[in-house]
Design a protein around this ligand. Structure first.
Ligand code: DAH
Length: 330
């Protein structure tokens, strides 16, 4: 009896050690631990049959049982270490980053030259205390012409033929319409700059486009004079183009009186770069301002024109062609 219980113990150990060494997952290892060393496990069952033994035999059996338990526990610990190591290694292998693989090419974007000019101009005016405003591209005759002192029979309308919509509205010919919209909702003092797209019924060629961009500028206050206009324009053009000679040339716009065009000396030639003037009293009256109390100045310029001068672009159509060979130069 003694021998057979002892033999069973040793057999349990041998069989257990083999099974543990073959366990290939941590789950399987846990099953084996429960099966051999668990409360209802096989070693426990053998220990419970110790009752059959004589008092002298028990200590010896107990001692062997302990060595078997330790041996099995050792095997379990060893195999657990092996399996855990393998698991970590598998994870590392799976997550390995091959830094020699070719990357994903993401082409770098650039600011379009027109947006570059708009950004720069707005920055300068914001620095001078101006607010940026916008208005709709589809306008009424009133905002685009009438309120700007240009009644229906006015000859100046011929200079700005545009696209009329079936309902009588039109695509704005200039950003000057934003002057009226802004003054209608705000009270003086006003310092506002308005960028946007404008439309003309022009034949498209190297210097004309049916759609282009303008930036409008308006200041209304008590006591503003032509010198304020000149100083503001000078500072703006200097910041934009550098310190070049400029001149003011008398001109005509229905919404300003007096009016002027500004020329800039660029590569030895006088280039016309913007229109401007003192806001006509009729314009102030149209928005309900008292022309005896307030005066102001306004100016407008074409963004394409600025871009073409600054970047020496010979054909306006290049600005709209989305040709990367052209755009990548900026
Ligand atoms: N609106 C004019 C145009 O499109 C430009 C202009 C001239 C705007 C004089 C102004 C100004 O504000 O005072 O040609």
């Amino acid at each position: 009896m003694t021998n057979s219980l002892e033999a069973q113990l040793l057999e349990l150990r041998e069989e257990g050690e083999k099974a543990i060494a073959r366990a290939d997952t941590l789950e399987r290892l846990e099953e084996l631990r429960v099966s051999y060393l668990g409360k209802k496990g096989q070693l426990g069952a053998l220990l419970r049959s110790m009752g059959q033994l004589s008092a002298e035999e028990r200590p010896k059996f107990g001692a062997i049982a302990n060595t078997v338990k330790e041996a099995l526990q050792n095997s379990l610990d060893q195999q657990r270490a092996v399996l855990e190591g393998a698991k970590i290694q598998a994870q590392l292998d799976a997550e390995t980053l091959d830094v020699t693989m070719p990357g994903i090419y993401r082409p770098q974007g650039r600011v379009h030259p027109l947006n570059g000019i708009i950004d720069k101009a707005l920055d300068i005016f914001v620095g001078l205390g101006y607010t940026v405003a916008q208005g709709p591209e589809m306008e009424t005759d009133y905002y685009n012409f009438e309120a700007l002192n240009t009644p229906p029979d006015h000859p100046a309308r011929d200079m700005q033929d545009t696209f009329y919509l079936p309902d009588g509205n039109l695509l704005r010919t200039h950003t000057s319409s934003v002057q009226i919209r802004y003054m209608e909702t705000e009270e003086p003092p006003i310092r506002v700059v308005a960028p946007g797209r404008v439309y003309r019924r022009d034949n498209v060629d190297a210097t004309h486009s049916a759609v282009f961009h303008q930036i409008e500028l308006l200041a209304i206050d008590e006591g503003l004079t032509f010198t304020d206009l000149k100083g503001t324009i000078k500072i703006f053009l200097q910041a934009m183009f550098g310190d070049l000679p400029i001149r003011f040339r008398a001109s005509y716009f229905p919404f300003t009186e007096p009016s002027a065009e500004v020329d800039l000396q660029w590569n030895g030639r006088w280039l016309e770069v913007m229109g401007c003037g003192m806001v006509d009293p009729n314009v102030l009256k149209a928005v309900g301002y008292d022309p005896e109390l307030y005066t102001g100045f306004a100016a407008g310029f074409g963004v394409e024109r600025f871009a073409m001068v600054l970047h020496q672009i010979d054909d306006i159509r290049r600005l709209y062609a989305s040709d990367l060979r052209f755009l990548q130069q900026f």
